[in-house]
Design a protein around this ligand. Structure first.
Ligand code: SAH
Length: 396
């Protein structure tokens, strides 16, 4: 690593300076004035127009996000620097990290390690290295994690499409040890198997962990879990409810859901391989009713251009779900589209309630689990929204 004096300098326009001073970690390529000598993935020193040092960042010559700020002072991000970031992430998560069944240890910008995700499944670490800059410092980060917790294996799930924006290959690679095909996780009394090699994200949706546990408080009678993946919400609900209908379009996810149900000795789940849009419509036509409905679709708004269509999609499923609620029933509905913020999602839900002609109370506004920390000055980090709505048995 070069000395601080030898980091390449990148200079930015005023607009970007304000953004950096507002403690937002991204600067877009349009705001770059000069980037001489900086190569893709380099650590760079960031300067304002007058030459003043604004901080240190990862430089991307390819992505629209040209700069990911690492520090707002003139430091050298060396091994000790990254070790301190890892330590801070451990501290924020409390003393019991080593005993975790499955949790997120590093959440990119939220933990001051831009472009890096690290999930701990027992003694197995599954990572996603999303930028060229992060590739260079990754070994230093993992070295520190190893000093803090025993690791039997490290798997890189470097297959997300954002890697292509950075000119990086999409691949899944064993970095050390042997990561098993499945890792059984105990989640507050419920067992499920994560699939680190082929499952979504790093093998499970850790971001919904707290919401899955919370859904138990609302589960009774008949429950519908739509967009269920491997029945993660359903398994929690099944402990309290008489019957849980589990719907997903992926037969593979459902067959793992069936095995999960057996694992828990749960016999009150029924599995339906279907498009949830059609399934909800069909159940409405048949006049079915549910006491709890869980909606957790994939991100409908993957980019800004998708937002209008995404709103229509969210409205449709929420409208139908509201119509399927029994009096006093609860809808727990999520959106993981980061291009649709909480107020926009709430507006969609309001429209859905109006069209469904239902009065509902907002019981809770929830989000991603606490191990996916959100910086106040980086609202983009809060991508998962989850509303708990209760149908008002008496219309006003
Ligand atoms: N609730 C799950 C995560 C759900 S992820 C958990 O907490 O683990 C979204 C799921 O929606 C995926 O399993 C995907 O297969 C499914 N899916 C995507 N489009 C769908 C559709 N049109 N109908 C039903 N399921 C769909």
């Amino acid at each position: 690593m070069s000395a601080p004096g030898r980091l390449p300098d990148v200079t930015f326009r005023l607009r970007a300076k304000r953004r950096i001073e507002a403690r937002h970690p991204w600067v877009f390529a349009d705001d770059v004035a000069r980037a001489e000598g900086a190569a893709h993935g380099d650590l760079v020193r960031v300067r304002g127009n007058a030459g003043e040092v604004l901080g240190v960042a990862f430089w991307s010559a390819r992505s629209k996000i040209a700069l990911r700020m690492i520090a707002l002072d003139d430091v050298l991000p060396d091994a000790a620097f990254w070790a301190a970031r890892v330590d801070a992430a451990f501290t924020a998560r409390g003393p019991d990290v080593g005993g975790w069944p499955a949790r997120r240890l590093l959440f990119g910008e939220g933990d001051g390690v831009p472009g890096l995700i690290a999930d701990l499944y027992g003694s197995h670490l599954v990572v996603q290295i999303l930028t060229a800059g992060t590739e260079r410092i990754f070994d230093q980060v993992v070295a520190r994690i190893r000093e803090r917790v025993p690791l039997d294996s490290v798997l890189a799930r470097n297959d997300p499409s954002v890697r292509a924006l950075e000119g990086l290959p999409r691949e899944v690679r064993q970095l050390s040890g042997t990561t098993p095909d499945e890792i059984v996780v105990l989640e507050d009394g419920v067992l499920y198997a994560a699939d680190p090699w082929r499952g979504q994200k790093t093998g499970a949706f850790l971001d919904q962990r707290e919401n899955r546990v919370a859904c138990r408080a609302f589960a009774r009678g008949r429950v519908l879990d739509a967009f269920a993946y491997h029945a993660s919400f359903a398994l929690h609900a099944a402990r309290e409810a008489a019957e849980v209908v589990v719907c997903d379009s992926s037969p593979d996810a459902l067959s793992r859901g069936r095995v999960n149900a057996e694992r828990n000795g749960a016999t009150n789940l029924t599995f339906v391989a279907a498009n949830a849009f059609e399934d909800l419509r069909e159940r409405e036509r048949r006049g079915e009713r549910f006491d709890l409905i869980l909606l957790d679709p994939p991100a409908f708004a993957k980019s800004r251009g998708d937002v209008a269509a995404a709103r229509r999609g969210y409205k449709e499923i929420n409208l139908r779900a509201l119509r399927l609620l029994s009096p006093g029933g609860v809808l727990m509905t999520s959106s993981c589209s980061y291009n649709l913020d909480e107020s926009a999602f709430e507006e969609v839900l309001r429209d859905a309630a109006a069209d469904a002609r239902r009065d509902v109370h907002v019981v809770a506004r929830r989000g991603q689990a606490a191990d996916h920390p959100v910086r106040l000055t980086f609202p983009e980090g809060r991508y998962l929204k989850c509303f708990v709505l209760r149908e008002a048995a008496e219309a006003v």
